[in-house]
Design a binder for this molecule. Structure first.
Ligand code: SF4
Length: 492
């Protein structure tokens, strides 16, 4: 197992990040590279860029981080001022390379390349239907269903193609598409995954998060609203409603953990929202302590909020190795047993003899958190009080986040006291759903919070639901039809 993967197993995993841009007269591939670099947190398993110079669509994609997939030579082999890009996370499986994106297809109007963030809940049914009609799929990704539906409809014109495709899709999807003459983007009618548009020089840009705009000199203009599409070509940019919007269900977890803290969503700074979550965490779960310590990096804003609200000093309690993800040397068995210590090292001088409040963003299986708690005690902490900004995760996600099946979610099978004992903590407190919503400042906007409440805003088919509530299937023998969080047999 890749060293970074061991760490990330304990984190809910975002499935993907997407980019699309048109920069007249400039080199699109280089800008897409830097935008993908800023979106690396949304997917670390594969990366891809497709560009066009108005004639052909050229593409390069491979397994690995953006910085290892592309170099100068590859970027120079991707000419053109229009393109799309994709970062992907997926669970293990034999077919990961062919599922890397963008997905390339031939249509009646020429080649197209499709990049998708999210998860379709009717991909299996759509795929069977299309195969019965003679369609041949080359990957097992649900995103290929989107690509092939677009291809079927492209002769009707781009607006109609998007609208006809979206009418068939159920689930979460923020998509960018490249044709030889335009870049398109669209977002599912519930708006589960983010998508933003803005200006870039003389052109325009679409990206999963606002943090992708800054490194390339882009200026954020607005989000793509639920059910909307955007088309960018030589005539400029146009946006319109492709299908009627449904009750909005933006993923609350984007605000708690997934999205980068310097991104803005719903006109809210995610950094500020996370600081407020820490403040609310203190109000809900106060404790007498000497130091508030974040689990780096994602626990830092909430720990600052907790410290600010409580008056307890904020301090670093551990150092995170910045470069562990850059090595592909496998740890041996003895090192594997050290687990989290390969990633984090305690700062003994800050925690020895102290009552520590340990702030982290989420607990999925509980395996990493108990190693961190033990590391704090081993370094001399007198007490370790764990405070978590995500409410207890009790239900699986069907909309593009890999969290594990219900049986693996510790909060689904244990009480808070039992979890606290399992972690070996002095106490444990989770932020409530209301506390998280208050921190985000819900206002007129609405969120999906199904992994905390079990109320799924987009109804989940029984077959999919049944699998997720059972033990995880053996993916080695099954091809995945989703972007990775769920496996279904491709053949009946
Ligand atoms: S179930 Fe949870 S992780 Fe999935 S979209 Fe809803 S809030 Fe986000």
């Amino acid at each position: 197992m890749h060293q970074d993967e061991a760490w990330h197993q304990e984190r809910p995993k975002e499935e993907c990040g997407v980019v699309g841009l048109y920069v007249p007269g400039e080199e699109a591939s280089r800008m897409i590279f830097f935008a993908l670099f800023a979106l690396q947190h949304r997917g670390q398993e594969s990366s891809g860029i497709a560009v066009t110079d108005g004639t052909a669509v050229r593409m390069h994609k491979d397994m690995g981080l953006v910085s290892s997939v592309f170099d100068e030579t590859i970027l120079k082999s991707l000419p053109g001022d229009m393109g799309v890009g994709h970062n992907r996370y997926s669970t293990s499986g034999s077919s990961v390379h062919r599922n890397a994106q963008p997905i390339h297809c031939i249509s009646e109007i020429g080649e197209i390349a499709v990049a998708h963030n999210g998860n379709l809940i009717n991909a299996y049914e759509l795929r069977k239907e299309m195969e019965a009609e003679g369609e041949t799929f080359v990957s097992t990704a649900d995103s290929e269903v989107i690509a092939r539906l677009l291809v079927r409809n492209m002769k009707m014109g781009p607006e109609h193609a998007i609208s006809a495709t979206m009418q068939k899709l159920k689930g979460a999807y923020s998509v960018t598409v490249l044709t030889p003459r335009m870049v398109m983007g669209f977002r599912d009618p519930s708006g589960v995954r983010p998508l933003t548009v803005g200006r870039l020089g003389n052109g325009y840009m679409i990206a999963s998060e606002t943090c992708a705009f800054e490194p390339v000199g882009g200026v954020v203009e607005q989000e793509v609203h639920p059910g909307e599409f955007v088309i960018i070509d030589e005539k400029g940019m146009r946006m319109a409603q492709a299908v009627p919007a449904q009750p909005e269900s933006m993923c609350l977890f984007e605000f708690i953990y997934f999205a980068r803290p310097d991104s803005v969503m719903f006109n809210t700074s995610l950094y500020n929202a996370r600081v407020r979550m820490g403040e609310n965490l203190w109000k809900e779960h106060p404790v007498v302590a000497d130091i508030v310590v974040p689990v780096p990096d994602s626990g830092i804003p909430a720990a600052i909020g907790y410290a600010r609200a409580s008056g307890i000093p904020f301090g670093e309690g551990m150092m995170k190795s910045r470069y562990i993800h850059r090595t592909f040397i496998q740890p041996d068995q003895r090192m594997r047993e050290l687990g989290v210590r390969m990633k984090l090292a305690p700062l003994k001088e800050n925690i020895e003899g102290k009552r520590v409040v340990l702030v982290d963003d989420s607990i999925v299986r509980g395996t990493t958190t108990n190693q961190i708690v033990k590391m704090m005690f081993d370094a001399g902490a007198k007490e370790v009080h764990v405070r978590i900004t995500a409410p207890p995760i009790k239900f699986p996600c069907f909309y593009g986040i890999d969290m594990a099946s219900k049986g693996e979610l510790i909060a689904a099978v244990k009480s808070i006291d039992e979890i606290s004992q399992h972690l070996g903590a002095s106490s444990l407190g989770y932020l409530s759903v209301d506390g998280a919503m208050d921190a985000v400042g819900e206002g007129e906007r609405r969120f999906c919070r199904a992994c905390f409440t079990g109320n799924y805003p987009i109804p989940v088919p029984d077959k999919l639901s049944k699998l997720a509530f059972e033990e995880p299937p053996d993916v080695g023998e099954m091809a995945t039809v989703s972007t990775g969080q769920m496996s279904l047999p491709v053949e009946d």
